[in-house]
Write a protein that binds this ligand. Structure first.
Ligand SMILES: [Zn+2]
Length: 55
């Protein structure tokens, strides 16, 4: 079984490495836990806690 790919142009999911509509290369749809946004959220929460301890 191939992995799910996403087209960066139209956002459609595909099992192929190229979008059939846009003819552009797709990228693998990574699990959410690898999202840099989530890591940033944890970093912000830590900062908030530290601020509370100071004040
Ligand atoms: Zn596309």
């Amino acid at each position: 079984m191939g992995r799910i790919h996403v087209c960066p142009n139209c956002g459609k999911y595909s099992l192929k490495e190229e979008c059939m509509d846009c003819k552009v290369k797709t990228f693998e749809d990574l699990p959410a836990r690898f999202s840099p946004e989530d890591r940033y959220g944890k970093y912000r929460r830590r900062l908030k806690k530290e601020n509370r301890e100071v004040s």
